[in-house]
Design a protein around this ligand. Structure first.
Ligand code: ADP
Length: 483
């Protein structure tokens, strides 16, 4: 892997604490899901060592909060510039540890960096407020202040962007940050640390603490009173654990959790555009994103045509090593991800669905899996309630608007949703009726640093991106001044 990098120092296997790269006593292996080979042995910190990082972050935050917004903006901007200057190397590291095709990894690096650029700019615009007083001698001021030390836990599916989307607004706001990356993908995080160091982000402000003991580190972040805010992206199951662990200290918590995105195609949709949108939305990252379409609803009149077009478009797409040219579908992250997809397919066929494409592990072996489409999906199938997180598209048939809205909303989740339609009143009605934090209308791609990303119901708390994303890292202080 090192030989593929133009800057081999970006492949960093040590933790980054208080401005130092430290090798702990223990290490863990990081493997390439495409080949199964070990690409690095990474420092494995224990709970006590993470507590030391939190202590360093606490000390560093005091001074960092005193920096002007403009000063913080300057180093964040430098961090962004370095990310983009090293986009290719960061993408190669990401693909090697996570498996997504290199073109998608390049996209993720640009997407991840865009949060750093955006929040560098926003650092100068953390405006307070004055409110007319409630008595002649009273003046009301509202200040915005950084919450303090932020503890972050992130997943493997976006090893770069899930960290920058949290760290950039936190740092811009004047918080310090302790990032515990997923143990499947720590190298994208340590590479970010290398660049943070070069950008001149002060020691202790941004820390990366790789660790295999997720539950102990999660407890440390929730139970250590010096951590004032926990921010998490991952499954709803783990989100619930972190939320309940945070209750004892009434700790601020942001959660970006699972989804079960509906993707609805109405009979007035542009069918070719809907097919392209479905491909982007369902199969990007091999279906392993929390905003991937999980249930595809197609109105009866266009159902057969949509199914045929979708199948025809997917059929020739290349499954392979993400580092190889032309790969569209990389490997699944690990064997248990494959098992889940197989279980969802088996459940569907047992209940009457018909496989029209794929359905099996790929002949490449390992964790490669054929992109799969089934028709005849029904609400009693397990994917109606549970995210599949794989390259599997179940197609449901529906008759009318109210029916599909009810089915789409029949889930504990509420992250992303999508629909294709042309009729303007239908567009308004459906956009308003979907109980989701995000609605894509005639598009399958909704992620941008400019918009607030986040879920309703059990998909989470808080928003990331846009000026709203900064608020999650700020406290309001009301100052009542008697003159
Ligand atoms: P995913 O299915 O995306 O892996 P998880 O919620 O299992 O979703 O994992 C997301 C992140 O949370 C990973 O970094 C994982 O190591 C971490 N994690 C898993 N269990 C816990 C826990 N009990 N406490 C804190 N973090 C956890």
């Amino acid at each position: 892997l090192k030989s593929r990098l133009s800057d081999p120092a970006l492949l960093e296997t040590r933790a980054y604490v208080n401005g130092q790269f430290i090798a702990g006593d223990a290490t863990f292996a990081v493997t390439n899901p495409a080949r199964g080979d070990v690409i690095a042995e990474v420092t494995d910190l224990n709970r006590a060592q993470v507590a030391e990082a939190i202590a360093a972050a606490k000390t560093a935050q005091k001074d960092w909060a005193q920096w002007t917004g403009k000063e913080r903006a300057a180093v964040l901007r430098k961090w962004f510039d370095l990310m983009m200057a090293h986009q290719e190397d960061l993408a190669v590291i990401l693909t090697a540890e996570m498996g997504k095709p290199l073109a998608e990894a390049r996209g993720e690096i640009a997407y991840g960096a865009s949060f750093v650029e955006f929040f560098a700019e926003e650092a100068k615009r953390i405006y307070g407020e004055t409110i007319p007083g409630h008595a002649r001698d009273k003046r009301i001021m509202v200040m915005k202040q950084p919450i303090g030390v932020v503890g972050s836990i992130t997943p493997w599916n976006f090893p770069n962007a899930m960290i920058t989307r949290k760290a950039a607004p936190a740092l811009a706001a004047g918080c310090s940050f302790v990032a515990r990356p997923a143990d499947l993908t720590p190298l994208s995080a340590t590479a970010l640390a290398v660049l943070a160091d070069r950008a001149g982000i002060p020691a202790g402000v941004f820390n990366v603490v790789p660790s295999t003991d997720a539950s102990e580190i999660g407890k440390e972040m929730c139970e250590n009173p010096d951590v004032r805010k926990v921010t998490f992206t991952g499954s709803t199951a783990v989100g619930r654990i972190l939320l309940s662990q945070s209750a004892a200290q009434v700790k601020k918590v942001s959660l970006e959790l699972g989804g079960n995105a509906p993707f609805i195609v109405f009979d007035d949709a542009d069918l070719d555009e809907a097919v392209e949108g479905a491909i982007m939305c369902k199969f990007r990252n091999n279906g392993q994103t929390c905003v991937c379409a999980n249930r595809i609803y197609v109105q009866a009149g266009v159902y057969d045509a949509f199914a045929a077009k979708l199948k025809a478009r997917i059929e020739g797409m290349k499954v392979g090593d993400g580092l190889e040219e032309g790969t569209i579908f990389g490997p699944m992250i690990n064997a248990s991800a494959v098992t889940k997809v197989e279980a969802h397919i088996a459940d569907a066929t047992a209940k009457g669905a018909e496989i029209i494409l794929g359905g099996n592990p790929s002949e490449l072996g390992g964790t490669f899996f054929e992109p799969t489409i089934v028709t005849g999906a029904t609400p009693d199938m397990v994917f109606s309630q549970e995210e599949t997180f794989g390259p599997f598209a179940p197609l449901f048939k529906f008759e009318d608007e109210d029916e599909v809205i009810a089915m789409a909303n029949d889930t504990i989740f509420g992250l992303a949703s999508y629909f294709y339609a042309k009729d303007l009143s239908r567009v308004y009605k459906v956009a308003e009726a979907l109980e989701y934090g995000i609605v894509g209308v005639n598009t399958g791609i909704i992620s941008t640093e400019l918009a607030p990303f986040g879920g309703v119901k059990q998909s989470g708390l808080g928003r990331e991106g846009s000026h709203h994303g900064m608020e999650d890292f700020l406290e309001l202080k009301y100052v009542c001044l008697s003159v």
